[in-house]
Design a binder for this molecule. Structure first.
Ligand SMILES: Cc1cc2nc3c(=O)[nH]c(=O)nc-3n(C[C@H](O)[C@H](O)[C@H](O)COP(=O)(O)O)c2cc1C
Length: 372
């Protein structure tokens, strides 16, 4: 390995990491195997936590601890649609009818029965998840899609848990900084998965990482990480130059052996180019970037509205389950960012961390050499 001392950042000092690389907490994809592999390799592995029942979250946290003694994190969504407990209001009949009609067109091609209504959605909130994180003394709580608020951050700090919050605008960065988070993650619009915003409208154009990162670095007095568009060491070197204390990578880690994503999804990432991804609300009711397929294209062409956050996902769940069971890439949400264009293989997570560090170090050193 090349000498990586040029990559020793404030993030490394704060969390006791060897390298400033964070694997994004990805619900359903980042389980204990991936998390432990990244942490063991010198980065920070983060469990995808918000879709797990609290007992299962505790089991997975303990599984990580069995595999590594290095720091790791748990990711939770702090979007109001998740944190507010209770039943969600039903959509009006016209909206529900239009959504069902759009979804039934996919069901017809899959041999699934048509539906005229969607199951009601209710949230249990995240209080029990937070209790598990604190009781288990997880080193880092990573939050997304919402302001964690000062009282949650204080509770974490009392237990020695650091808080990392992902935002998409400079105003959101100031809000989470005021709440006292230790680390701010600036997520550019290139990112795979959901846009980590709670203040912007779904149709608002969002900043790319290159523009957002330096603006956030100037606006908040704490280490800033960047997410979106980075899948190799050149990307890491460039954002270090822009003031990032670290990087959060999602898509690159989906295409690893340890990720819990189905193989057809990993293969689709390897095959895709940056122009093959699209931002859509059709899967969950919230804007998220995924590989374009018959579902995202067909839903857009139908001009149907989408149901509120997470109700849309519940309404289409039978379609996604069937697609997963049949390795049907046409109708499955294959979250991925624009960085897919530089991903060409499916190695181990350890290999990825080592490769990223070697490439980043060499890039930074060759810049210094060229300038000398
Ligand atoms: C498959 C996938 C699932 C994701 N799930 C989550 C999640 O559960 N929570 C979260 O905070 N971010 C999630 N993200 C977004 C990441 O935190 C991060 O912003 C993004 O992956 C960075 O862009 P990149 O994919 O180009 O590396 C997910 C991303 C992907 C690709």
């Amino acid at each position: 390995m090349a000498d990586a001392s040029c990559l020793q950042t404030r993030l490394c000092d704060l969390l006791g990491l060897r390298y400033p690389i964070v694997q994004a907490g990805m619900a359903g994809v980042a389980g204990p195997e991936l998390v432990a592999a990244v942490s063991e390799a010198g980065g920070l592995g983060v469990l995808g936590g918000f879709t797990l029942e609290p007992d299962e979250l505790r089991r997975q946290i303990r599984a990580v601890k069995e595999l590594t003694r290095k720091p790791f994190g748990v990711n939770l969504w702090t979007h109001p649609a998740v944190t507010t407990p209770g039943p969600r209001p039903r959509a009006d009949a016209a909206t529900m009818g239009a959504v069902c009609a759009a979804l039934n067109a996919f069901r017809a091609t899959m041999g699934l029965p048509a539906q005229t209504d969607a199951q009601a959605v209710s949230s249990a909130g995240i209080a029990a998840h937070v209790d598990v994180v604190l009781e288990e003394h997880v080193p880092v709580l990573s939050v997304a899609l919402g302001d964690p608020g000062a009282s949650l951050v204080e509770r974490c700090h009392e237990r020695g848990t650091r808080v990392m919050a992902m935002i998409t605008t400079v105003e959101e960065a100031r809000t989470v900084a005021r709440a006292g988070v230790d680390l701010v993650v600036a997520q550019g619009s290139e990112a795979g998965g959901h846009h980590s915003t709670w203040t912007t409208r779904t149709d608002t154009a969002r900043s790319g990482a290159l523009a957002l990162l330096p603006e956030v670095v100037d606006a908040v007095d704490r280490p800033v990480l960047v997410a979106g568009g980075i899948a190799d060491g050149r990307g890491i070197a460039s954002v270090i130059c822009l003031g990032a204390s670290g990087v959060v990578l999602g898509t690159r880690f989906v295409a690893t052996r340890e990720a819990r994503a189905p193989e057809f999804w990993k293969a689709a990432i390897v095959k895709a180019g940056a122009h093959d991804t699209v931002v859509t609300t059709a899967y969950t009711g919230l804007p998220a970037r995924a590989i374009r397929n018959a579902f995202s294209d067909g839903y857009a062409e139908s001009n149907a509205p989408t149901l509120p956050p997470l109700q849309q996902k519940r309404a289409a769940q039978d379609i996604f389950d069937n697609a997963r069971a049949n390795a049907d890439t046409r109708y499955f949400p294959m979250w991925a960012g624009q960085s897919v264009g530089v991903i060409h293989d499916i190695p181990s997570a350890r290999e990825i961390v080592q490769r990223l560090i070697t490439e980043a170090t060499q890039t930074l050193q060759s810049m210094v050499h060229d300038l000398a």
